[in-house]
Design a protein around this ligand. Structure first.
Ligand SMILES: Cc1ncc(COP(=O)(O)O)c(C=O)c1O
Length: 440
């Protein structure tokens, strides 16, 4: 299958692309010019179905009029205000609306501009909380192999994906990684796998070795997303919760991908019945139309930090120029309306079994070595050919050429479509995957 799009010009050289092979892309670019609903369109007008909701963001489908209208009106009314010492009503309104979706008790919302910022913000909240309570010895963090927690220095230190770490030295000292939960005996499991709850005992071992009283927080994605959909083994998250409680450690769910319906519930916390102390979110909260993230904190954490502060002084020395940006808040509020009006989360829950069965049907292809799935997210592992990741990379290029966009990581192809997907879109996604995987 040839790559028939027109080729690059020298005007492409200035942009240093993130997480992309710059040299290759600029010699054979794969561009999008517009999008609507379930589809991207190339500059030549060719339709490309969006099988990864952009990058797990576009839950409500592309270019929703309600969102663009709200952002446009906001920018004409109040384009910017300093978020420190000044406020605007939409930030308060959005925070309140978000608490209708977060797990019970996580009702204090701190706004940031990305998932990465939400992770580093949650790390600081954990440290500040313990310090306020006279436990400033709690400096250690625990995360997991194969985790992705964004790209800021805190998040990179938590990260468990080698390419995201190795160029940047040691990162923060005092971060320990539990083993990942991808076990051979769980291959081709649908939903939560049976085996691996005992891997949570790694946390207990760290408590024994380093002192549970020295650990500030444990960060996990309820389902690891970027690495390629690793749902938690049954009982695993409950066990982490138990060990955290036993040692006074905060449990943080990084729900940047798993939040807002992707797991077939508001958040992974509700999908798996385990409540964290801090929860990070981003991506789908504005449908990806404006950069925005947030940390939802237990009220006790907020109360502890704010009550310890001076009567008239700043309590938490943290924030971004664009925290609670008016245009992002407007997009977020419009998205909250869409969640309610389109019943997107209920829709995701209802669609999940059919989605999972359709993706698992690819199991009969010899190239497919594993499929993992939960809610509205699945990953198809394909057999490596040459260097690890080379075939996955080739697959995503050929898929674009065949009219399908998805995110690949190594040799895993991740399918996480907009939650507005209909049966005919699912059929198209699966048949294009079959066609292209058959060509590799
Ligand atoms: C679990 C998780 N945390 C953090 C991030 C970083 O988010 P961002 O790219 O918005 O900084 C991501 C991005 O995919 C993510 O999946």
């Amino acid at each position: 299958m040839g790559h028939a799009e027109p080729q690059v010009t020298s005007t492409m050289q200035s942009f240093w692309m993130p997480f992309s092979p710059n040299k290759e892309f600029k010699s054979e670019p794969r561009m999008f010019a517009r999008a609507k609903g379930m589809y991207f369109y190339t500059p030549e007008g060719r339709e490309v179905i969006d099988a990864s909701a952009g990058l797990f963001c576009v839950a409500a489908g592309h270019c929703r009029d309600e969102i663009s209208q709200a952002v446009f009106e906001q920018l004409q009314t109040l384009d910017f205000t300093a978020p420190f010492l000044r406020g605007h009503s939409k930030s308060f309104e959005l925070a309140e609306r978000i608490t209708h979706y977060t797990p019970e008790g996580l009702n204090r919302i701190f706004f940031v501009n990305s998932g990465s910022e939400s992770v580093d913000t949650a790390m600081k909240m954990a440290l500040a909380y313990h310090r306020t309570r006279g436990q400033s010895q709690r400096q250690l963090f625990v995360s997991r192999e194969r985790a992705y927690h964004g790209v800021n220095m805190g998040g990179v230190s938590l990260a468990g994906m080698v390419n995201n770490r190795r160029a940047y030295g040691t990162g923060m000292a005092g971060v320990y990684h539990m083993r990942h939960t991808a076990l051979p005996e769980n291959k081709f499991a649908k939903g939560q796998p049976e085996h691996g709850a005992d891997l949570a005992d790694d946390l207990q071992r760290f408590c024994a070795l380093y002192g549970g009283e020295n650990i500030a927080a444990v960060f996990v994605e309820p389902t690891a997303g970027s690495f390629g959909c690793l749902p938690p083994p049954k009982g695993y998250l409950n066990k982490l919760r138990q060990i955290c409680d036993q040692h006074g450690i905060l449990l943080v769910f990084d729900e940047v991908i798993t939040g807002w319906g992707r797991m077939g519930a508001n958040f992974g916390a509700q999908a798996f019945g385990v409540t964290p102390d801090l929860l990070t979110m981003a991506k789908a909260m504005t449908n990806g139309a404006q950069p925005m993230g947030a940390v939802a904190a237990k009220q006790e954490i907020y109360d502890t930090i704010t009550q310890a502060g001076p009567a008239q002084g700043i309590e938490f020395f943290h924030g971004y120029t664009y925290s609670a940006h008016p245009a992002s808040c407007a997009a977020g509020l419009a998205m909250m309306d869409i969640f309610a009006k389109d019943r997107l989360i209920e829709r995701a829950a209802a669609m999940s079994p059919k989605f999972i069965d359709a993706i698992h049907a690819l199991r009969d292809m010899p190239i497919v070595t594993d499929i993992r799935s939960i809610g509205m997210m699945a990953a198809v592992d394909i057999a490596a050919d040459g260097a690890p990741g080379a075939r996955g990379h080739e697959a995503q290029k050929r898929l674009y050429d065949a009219g399908l966009h998805l995110k690949s990581t190594g040799d895993a192809l991740i399918i996480a479509p907009p939650l507005v997907m209909e049966d005919k879109h699912l059929d198209e996604i699966v048949s294009k995957l079959r066609q292209v995987l058959g060509s590799l």
